[in-house]
Design a protein around this ligand. Structure first.
Ligand SMILES: *Cc1c(COP(=O)(O)O)cnc(C)c1O
Length: 425
């Protein structure tokens, strides 16, 4: 029997605790698990039997969350990790090696641009950034050393929706996996696997937990990519020396990526999610659809009001009829364009600083996807490491403020924005 999203967000992955009957998933605050006997231990270590060994690899509370996120995304499996940035490294780790590259959209979370343009070079990996509205540019950036295509569904800082079907078609033709960061949309608004994504990454820190209490991430595998076809993915297709020559793809099929991420990725990189964090995220996901509906409803109201304000030069929100990406919303994220957008002020950089300092309900923080409304002046904070050209390409020009609309009363949000805009001159 298949169930609807609202049912799955409460039940997927969770069942009453077999030992106690506890209805809510317990927090299994344990590092290790007792083996039944020496044969059981050997089978677990050989990956011949699935079970719990040590919480760097697997933990029952984290496993419930993994199954829930995989189910909501329509994936075959998922691995949860310590942050969204950890999820990105974990997604790339089995695919990459020295001298290999990825092709990514210019429209990404600022921290991701830094991770991909600077930090991954230390591993000998590199990234070409191109405009994902230009199919020829994506195709032109792919070479024989490319191992993945990377973009966000609704791109941070908001207002942009990627044409996932078009990008997936390019990845398919090149025989490459498409990795989609679905943090800003969540599976309630967008399900990238239905549009051809191979892997979906999440910062669970944001809307999935939904209240700014947890740092976490996830990588969901569609289970659909043929890792053995091209000879380009030896970690998944070829014998793994650390497991007696086991071939992950041949042995685990559609779960190859997930098993590799646990058995090799978490084992050796150790970017593990803790059970307490998994518990908070499970609680958050129970109300995901209710919150996302309210985020979208409020964002449409507030963005429409701002668009008509005399101090405002531009509002980029794909949920507004004025947005060039409005037609993609119905196709890519049919339940709405999210709760995130940017506003450009006519007063420029200085006016933006006065505006964010004058707000009372909105908090000026480096976060998004909270029940509370948040703002950030990206050019002076999260995007300050980037050149002005990169800032503009990422939608974070000096006169732009990013707004993450919460689930408060929209009239109160509008009144707060109104007084802060008056003070900003
Ligand atoms: C926050 C965020 C990340 C990074 O996630 P962390 O949990 O902060 O590591 C990656 N991508 C997007 C779109 C984000 O919003």
């Amino acid at each position: 029997m298949t169930h609807g999203f609202d049912t799955l967000q409460v039940h997927a992955g969770a069942r009453p605790d077999p030992a106690t009957g506890a209805r809510q998933t317990p927090i299994y605050q344990t590092t290790a698990y007792v083996f039944r006997d020496a044969d059981h231990a050997a089978a677990l270590f050989n990956l011949q039997e699935v079970g719990y060994i040590y919480s760097r690899l697997t933990n029952p509370t984290v496993a419930a969350l993994q199954e829930r996120v995989a189910t909501l995304e329509g994936g075959a499996g998922a691995v949860c990790v310590s942050s969204g940035h950890a999820a990105q490294i974990m997604a790339l780790f089995p695919l990459m090696g020295p001298g290999l590259n990825i092709v990514a959209s210019t429209r990404l979370y600022g921290g991701t641009i830094t991770q991909f343009s600077q930090t991954i070079k230390r591993f000998g990996w590199s990234c070409s950034f191109v405009d994902f509205d230009d199919p020829a540019a994506i195709e032109g950036a792919i070479d024989e050393n490319t191992r993945a295509i990377f973009c966000e569904s609704i791109a941070n800082p908001g207002g942009y929706v990627t044409d996932l079907d078009a990008v997936a078609a390019i990845a398919d033709r090149a025989g490459l996996p498409l990795i989609v960061d679905n943090t800003s949309a969540t599976p309630y608004l967008c399900r990238p696997i239905e549009h051809g994504a191979t892997l979906v990454v999440h910062s669970l820190t944001k809307y999935m937990t939904g209240n700014g209490t947890v740092t976490g991430g996830a990588v969901v595998d569609s289970g659909k990519f043929d890792w053995s076809a091209s000879g380009k993915f030896p970690s998944l297709a070829d014998p793994e020396p650390a497991y007696h020559g086991l071939k992950f793809h041949e042995t685990f099929g559609g779960l190859a990526f997930t098993f590799h991420s646990i058995a090799v990725g978490l084992r050796d990189l150790g970017m593990t999610m803790n059970p307490q964090g998994a518990h908070y995220t499970l609680m958050g996901i129970e109300t995901l659809s209710l919150r996302m509906q309210k985020h979208v409803e409020n964002a449409v109201r507030v963005a429409s009001w701002l668009e008509n304000h005399p101090a405002v030069a531009q509002v980029t929100y794909a949920g507004l009829p004025s947005s060039p990406y409005n037609d993609r919303v119905a196709r890519i994220c049919p339940n709405g364009a999210g709760g995130l957008f940017t506003v450009a002020l006519k007063g420029g950089y200085e006016s933006c600083l006065k505006f964010v300092d004058g707000l009372e309900i909105f908090s000026h923080v480096a976060n998004l996807g909270d029940a509370r409304s948040l703002v950030i002046h990206s050019a002076s904070t999260t995007h300050r490491q980037l050149s002005e050209e990169q800032q503009i390409a990422a939608g974070a020009a000096p006169n732009v403020v990013r707004i993450s609309i919460g689930i408060e009363d929209p009239d109160d949000l509008i009144a707060d924005l109104d007084q802060a805009l008056k003070n900003a001159g």
